[in-house]
Each structure stands twice: as C-alpha cells, then as structure tokens.
Write a protein that binds this ligand. Structure first.
Ligand code: PRP
Ligand code: URA
Length: 208
C-alpha cells in the first residue's frame, strides 16, 4: 500500500483554519494555499535521492550533496495551479507540466482537456499537486497519464482528502506516496468533501 502522510504541524493547522473559513476572500485564500504547499514541499522532498559532489569554498573543498534527479511539478488544472508558486519557492529549478481535468458535476468522472509535460519528465521526480482529493478520480487519472510517460517516482500533494479518495489511490497506484494537509470525514451527496473548504478552484480564482 502507498505511503500516506497527513501533516501534523501547527502552522499547517493554522493555515487550514483560514482556507476552510467561508469568509476568507480570494487574495488571502490564494496566498494561504500557496504557503501550505510551500511548507508541505519541504517535507515531501526530504528523502529525494542525492549525489556527492566536491565544492570548492573560499577556504577548502567541502563534501556536499546535490539532488540527483530533476523535479517536475504537475498541477491538475485549475485548482492545482494555486500550489505551484509555493513549491517553486523551495525548488526554484523545478520545471512545470500541466494536466487539465474537470469533474463532471453529475457523474463525478474526470474529463481531460489539456496535457503538456517537459521533455525530461520521464527521468524526473514528479510532484503531482491538486488541493482536493474527493472521489480520487481526478488524481488517479492524472497518475495514469504520468505513468504513460514512464515516470517511476510520483508523489501526490493535496490539501484536503476524503477517505474514499485515499483508498482509491492506494488501491490503483500503491507505488505513489500521498501527502495531505488534512484527512477529512467523508463526501456529501454532491461529491464535496465534508467539512472541506468548498470548491477550491472557484475560491482560488474568484469564480464563485
Ligand atoms: C476539483 C479538484 C480536483 C477534483 C477532485 O476540480 O481540484 O481536481 O475536483 O475531485 P475528485 O477527487 O472527485 O476527482 P474541478 O473538477 O472542480 O475543476 P477546477 O479545478 O477547474 O475547478
Ligand atoms: N472539488 C473541490 O473543489 N472541492 C471538493 O470538496 C470536492 C471536489
């Protein structure tokens, strides 16, 4: 079964209380989503493979470690875009691919409308980002697209997940690590996460 990490960090708890709040407006919502993504990225990347290098300092030669593989951040459009800048603030050399999916309001099935990856993605570590893991259909579909590119190290970062979505990813993609800021209770009859934070894309981009 794939590793599941649910963050237990005072700053992340605090920032979740901001984005969950119905009164939080677009600017603060966007800023806070980005900040949580930045904090999560620090932890998610802590065991990335490194190689030893000798670095000449002004004084002597130091044995250092550098990242062995490139990093590609892949947001699922639209809401995943809100997490990209926060992650880039800690891994500024990362490239960014995009997967465009929307969830049919009735069937809750994902529909693809865009897909563009950097040429080097197959040999990179991929950080797949989408704030909401509800049924898990969108993230599972996105992982399927990434695996078609031959990628072997995929880590999914989300803000709020539902148990059913986590189970789906663990069953269909047991090799993918899942990192969530919160694991919530359930989905409601419309497929929204409870208590959740509402429609993340609409709150990020002011399209409510
Ligand atoms: C939301 C969210 C996920 C998906 C989660 O996107 O950002 O991509 O729903 O639901 P699932 O786990 O049941 O697939 P939405 O389809 O609303 O598109 P948007 O980001 O463009 O608003
Ligand atoms: N997508 C969202 O934006 N919010 C949810 O609660 C579920 C899916």
């Amino acid at each position: 079964m794939g590793k599941l990490v649910v963050f237990d960090h005072a700053l992340i708890h605090h920032k979740l209380s901001i984005i969950r709040n119905i009164t939080t407006q677009t600017k603060e919502f966007h800023q806070t989503v980005s900040e949580i993504a930045m904090l999560m990225a620090y932890e998610v990347t802590k065991d990335l493979p490194t190689i030893s290098v000798d670095v000449k300092t002004p004084v002597a030669v130091a044995k250092c470690e550098k990242l062995a593989k490139n990093i590609v951040i892949v947001p699922i459009l639209r809401a995943g875009l809100g997490m990209v800048d926060g992650i880039l603030s800690v891994v500024p050399d990362a490239k960014v691919g995009h997967i465009g999916l929307y969830r049919d309001e009735k069937t809750l099935e994902p529909h693809e409308y865009y897909c563009k990856f950097p040429k080097t993605i197959a040999t990179s570590t991929v950080l797949l980002v989408d704030p909401m893991l509800a049924t898990g259909g969108s993230v599972s579909y996105a992982i399927h697209l990434l695996k078609q590119q031959g990628i072997t190290d995929i880590r999914y970062l989300g803000l709020v997940g539902a148990p059913v979505g986590v189970k789906k990813i663990q069953k269909e993609h047991p090799d993918v690590q899942i990192y969530l800021a919160s694991l919530d209770e359930k989905l409601n009859s419309k497929g929204y996460i409870v208590p959740g934070l509402g429609d993340c894309g609409d709150r990020l981009f002011g399209t409510l």
